[in-house]
Design a protein around this ligand. Structure first.
Ligand SMILES: [Zn+2]
Length: 589
């Protein structure tokens, strides 16, 4: 009896198991080519099979994760057509980034469109006669209902382009054919096509591919060693590396800067002569930054950042953790890897403190608000941003620095910020496979440090109070001294005598100078890019008389000079000794 029942159950299960296989699974594939690369167009052929609907909608993302700005990628799409067995299907645009395809239950719909691509940034797409590079968010339209299904990609390189670099899993033995497990991973895997230099290295048990586009003064053997050190320093923070392989795409350009993080790859854009001296350390810091992100933001993430809504802004108050902590570690890890000396790393921390404390916006915008408003403020700065905003990168890195020292102090050297990162990674990513909330970030800090964090969050995360630097750096036996600049100053930024920024509270601000005013003369003397010389020759309280052009109308203005009032911070060790907190904070292997 028991046996018979089991047998029926087994048969039922078998039928249930086979049923989905009998019903054809809807599938999406893309084919990308650029037959005339010098025109900067990609041809995208999107094939939707076994989806048999009266109609369905395809959508182009409006933004690219990691870069918090609505970029409207649909603006570069043209000539969209849909066919079934070469017969034209009706399609129409129903909003700025959505096309409705009247498929009439066809089981094989082919959608062709072109994408104009002439923006060589890490977050967009580009093609010219020398190479092609794209981010899927600016190339591939999606069907919302099918985003979790596998997405195939076939790349047809132009003429004698021989190489494709991407972290997408390759379909074995099938040329440049790839399969992403879902849409998110498809568009999180940028692609470089051309004849780039490729080299590999293994570090922390992970095979790393490096694709170099563009000439530069790099030394491959040196890069393998130094990038390997950074991989190991990053991996040590979290205790494990979730990738088997990882791809660096590096664009060496005349005016390159920036990077964008992905799950199993990154794109870096650098000046082609960056590979020597201090500039090289800056490059390695960028490598550390983007590599650290493969955990922090790609896996360890706020609940709002993944799965993504590609259709609109995804607001989070936690970019001070995602970008700020990453900015702290991108310097600290260079020290741990033996690339910075202790003097250099402390100078970096000192620089970060001076940086934020002298920006008027630091007293206006809490760092949690800076995160939340990234979409309309950090990514859309104007001439007044310096007065009203603070970067979640620089402020967040100072927050991380403070927290690191507070945790070490309160746990008597047993724990540090690494333990916070490890907890976030194991608890929310590995165990629960989800993002965390601001409240969970706070409770994690409390759990690791043993401190109550209400006051800290109120004052420094949701408020704009100044840290007690002397006390916190004092935990590590360091002294903090400050010096206020009492020299006279106009308090402007200018280029070619034209005002670009007026600092809040400065002489120019109080006296009524405007952005775009052109300073022609000071005290009756014509100025030629030497405004500073005139101001330096005066004292605080002296009246300065300016001849300016405002909208081409000449006028004079007079006002008293105020002192510059900026504060320089000096952080130093009085002795050669390191106390326990210092040792836990800064030590090399
Ligand atoms: Zn970043």
């Amino acid at each position: 009896m028991k046996f018979r029942l089991r047998s029926i159950q087994k048969k039922l299960l078998l039928i249930l198991f086979l049923l989905p296989a009998l019903i054809a699974q809807a599938a999406i594939g893309y084919e990308v080519s650029a037959p005339e690369p010098h025109t900067h167009y990609y041809n995208v052929k999107m094939r939707v099979t076994d989806y048999e609907k009266d109609y369905f909608d395809i959508q182009m993302p409006v933004w690219s994760p990691g870069s918090y700005l609505v970029r409207e990628f649909a603006k570069n799409v043209e000539g969209l057509t849909a066919t079934f067995n070469k017969k034209m299907l009706r399609s129409e645009k129903i909003n700025k980034n959505t096309w409705r395809i009247y498929a009439e239950k066809a089981n094989n719909v082919v959608i062709n469109y072109k994408v104009y691509a002439f923006e060589l940034s890490v977050r967009t797409s580009f093609v010219d006669a020398s190479h092609a590079y794209f981010n899927g968010t600016s190339m591939f339209m999606y069907i919302n209902e099918l985003k979790k299904e596998p997405h195939n990609l076939t790349i047809i390189p132009f003429k004698d382009w021989k190489k494709v670099s991407t972290s997408l899993p390759k379909i074995e033995g099938k040329g440049f054919q790839y399969q992403a497990p879902n849409y998110d991973i498809l568009v999180d895997s940028p692609v470089e096509i051309g004849n780039q230099d490729i080299f590999d290295f293994t570090a922390s048990g992970v095979l790393h591919h490096v694709a170099m586009y563009g000439k530069g003064n790099y030394d491959v053997e040196k890069l393998k060693i130094d990038m390997g050190k950074i991989v190991e320093a990053c991996t040590d923070v979290f205790g494990e590396n979730p990738n088997k392989e990882y791809t660096f795409i590096i664009h060496n350009l005349t005016n390159g800067s920036g990077g964008l993080e992905h799950l199993s790859s990154t794109t870096l854009q650098v000046n082609r002569w960056t590979y020597e001296g201090n500039k090289y350390k800056g490059f390695l810091s960028l490598v550390a930054h983007e590599y650290f992100h493969l955990w922090n933001v790609k896996r360890v993430r706020p609940v709002e950042l993944g799965p993504f809504d590609y259709n609109s802004e995804n607001y989070t108050s936690l970019l001070w953790v995602m970008e700020g902590f990453t900015s702290y570690y991108d310097e600290l890890l260079l020290y741990r890897a033996g690339i910075y000396t202790e003097k250099e790393i402390i100078r970096k921390f000192q620089g970060s403190v001076s940086n934020i404390e002298n920006q008027p916006g630091n007293k206006v915008q809490p760092v949690a608000h800076s995160s939340f408003d990234a979409w309309i403020k950090a990514y859309r700065p104007n001439e007044n941003s310096y007065n009203t905003t603070i970067s979640y990168y620089s402020k967040g890195s100072v927050v991380a620095n403070m927290l690191d020292l507070m945790i070490i102090k309160n746990t008597k050297g047993k724990k540090n910020l690494d333990n916070v990162m490890q907890y976030l990674y194991s608890e929310f990513y590995k165990k629960q496979d989800r993002g965390f909330t601001s409240a969970e970030m706070k409770s994690t800090l409390e759990k690791v440090s043993g401190l109550k964090m209400d006051d800290f969050f109120e004052k420094y995360i949701n408020g704009t109070q100044t840290f007690d630097y002397s006390t916190v750096f004092g935990y590590a036996g360091l002294s903090v001294e400050t010096a206020v600049n009492k020299d006279p100053s106009l308090g402007i930024s200018e280029s070619n005598n034209k005002i670009r920024r007026v600092n809040r509270g400065s002489s120019a601000y109080v006296g009524g100078l405007n952005v775009n005013d052109e300073i022609l003369a000071i005290d009756g003397y014509r100025v030629h890019g030497n405004i500073r010389d005139f101001i330096d020759a005066k004292k605080v309280g002296d009246i300065v008389s300016l001849l300016i052009s405002r909208d081409n109308i000449i006028q004079t203005m007079s006002f008293p000079l105020l002192e510059k009032g900026t504060t320089s911070y000096f952080i130093f060790n009085d002795t050669d000794k390191k106390n326990n907190v210092h040792q836990k904070w800064l030590s090399q292997k």
